[in-house]
Write a protein that binds this ligand. Structure first.
Ligand SMILES: Cc1cc2nc3c(=O)[nH]c(=O)nc-3n(C[C@H](O)[C@H](O)[C@H](O)COP(=O)(O)OP(=O)(O)OC[C@H]3O[C@@H](n4cnc5c(N)ncnc54)[C@H](O)[C@@H]3O)c2cc1C
Length: 377
């Protein structure tokens, strides 16, 4: 395993670092989610001008045709710069790559350019009240009508639904077919009549996700992605990108930065002599090194053209445990009774979502047991 960057990769990392250093003016605190969103939208447009959004997309659709290793390098540089994440994450990481793989040329030309510069925001209408881990149990249905479909059902946990122009949606188009068949993949215009978005307030006090009610929403037939009733295989492209390579590299660096800051905070507030805090910092350091080693193995595989397989479940699990561990530690350092509106307190509240979002920890453990360790079901 050779972990050093090639000359080309080193030049690429330097270029990304220099661009971010020249362009990024870190925001101070935001007054509201709307403020944060608007800042993020402008920042993403700036990133797109520099061709630093969707860098894994082909050149002709606005990307750089970056390799998996370059995507990993960029995400680490990006995290090191402490820039907030681009707001159109669903568009860049999920909808875009799915359209690239399964969309028609007309769909690509229509939707892809506006994803990169955040002109149009996308959301993901997959999860339902009775279909999360077992997504194929979804019951939202799309009835074929003249020129399109009428979509009826309920989605939940839809991040940024209130800002979205389009949603990638799974719906049942053949109710007689077995569970994984008879599902179609639709692009839903979020301003269509019959859509009601009800924001859900999280423990952070913000409403980043919503329930989305669909009542005979008309979706034009040219918004069908891939063949009718074969949406499950299209959805697998989306899901593979959700568990893809970008997030563990970014999160590794984000948490290394957190840990450095926490160490400095503990030192400056004379908490290092507290044996539990000192031990917690050391444990977190070790866990982060383990995450880094897993990422380096992934990087080495990517360099050989091997896509990550079920071991990405291990990385997701490791990241979940590290983020919750570091967040607990932060609370111990800043004092558990301090107000919940502080930066570390917010991080602690957010860390609770890590073991649910993008596949729960139980599901990751099942994949590890089943597909990596070969244990009986
Ligand atoms: C911050 C955040 C943002 C999200 N954003 C979106 C979004 O934009 N769009 C979207 O579509 N979805 C989104 N989700 C939803 C997310 O994908 C689901 O929450 C997740 O897949 C789990 O589904 P569920 O909540 O229905 O839980 P369930 O699947 O009902 O699970 C409930 C509990 O049962 C356990 N469980 C379930 N099945 C098994 C099993 N077979 N073996 C062992 N244990 C099991 C789970 O681990 C969990 O503890 C988001 C979630 C979060 C937390």
């Amino acid at each position: 395993m050779d972990l050093s960057y090639t000359e080309h990769e080193l030049a690429f990392a330097n270029e990304a670092r220099a661009w971010l250093a020249a362009e990024l003016v870190l925001p101070t605190a935001f007054d509201s989610l709307d403020d944060e969103f608007n800042w993020g939208r402008n920042w993403q447009a700036r990133l797109a001008e520099g061709r630093w959004v969707g860098i894994h997309w082909p050149f002709e659709y606005g990307g750089r045709g970056a390799s998996g290793v370059e995507v990993a390098i960029f995400n680490m540089e990006y995290a090191r710069s402490r820039a907030p994440q681009p707001v159109n994450r669903v568009g860049i990481n999920l909808a875009g790559p799915t359209l690239l793989a399964h969309g028609t040329e007309i769909q690509k030309q229509r939707w892809l350019p506006n994803i990169l510069d955040a002109t149009e925001i996308w959301c993901q209408l997959f999860s339902e009240p009775n279909a999360g881990s077992d997504l194929a149990s979804l019951s939202t249905r799309a009835e074929k009508v003249d020129g399109g479909f009428l979509l009826t059902g309920q989605k939940v946990w839809t991040s940024y639904a209130q800002y979205a122009d389009f949603g990638i949606c799974l719906a049942r188009t053949d109710r007689e077919a077995p569970k994984h068949s008879g599902i179609s993949y639709l692009v839903v215009p979020m301003n269509a009549s019959g859509i009601e978005i009800r924001p859900l307030v999280q423990i952070t006090g913000e409403a980043e996700f919503s329930e989305v009610f669909l009542d005979e929403v008309f979706v034009p037939e040219d918004h069908l992605v891939g063949p009718l009733n074969q949406g499950w295989s299209v959805a697998n492209t989306t899901l593979a990108h959700e568990r893809g390579t970008s997030f563990p590299f970014k999160e590794q660096v984000v948490h290394e930065v957190f840990l450095d800051e926490l160490y400095a905070l503990a030192r400056d507030t004379s908490k290092l002599s507290d044996i539990e805090i000192a031990d917690g910092l050391a444990q977190a350091f070790v866990q982060l090194r383990v995450l880094r080693l897993h990422n380096q193995r992934t990087m080495s595989r990517l360099a050989k053209g091997i896509e990550p397989g079920p071991e990405s479940s291990y990385v997701k699990l490791q990241w979940t445990e590290v983020t919750q561990q570091i967040s607990n530690l932060a609370l111990q350092i800043v004092g558990e009774s301090s107000p919940l509106s502080g930066r570390w307190q917010r991080q602690w509240l957010w860390s609770k979502a890590a073991s649910i979002a993008g596949g729960t920890s139980e599901i990751q453990r099942t994949i590890i047991a089943d597909r990596l360790l070969g244990l009986p079901r």
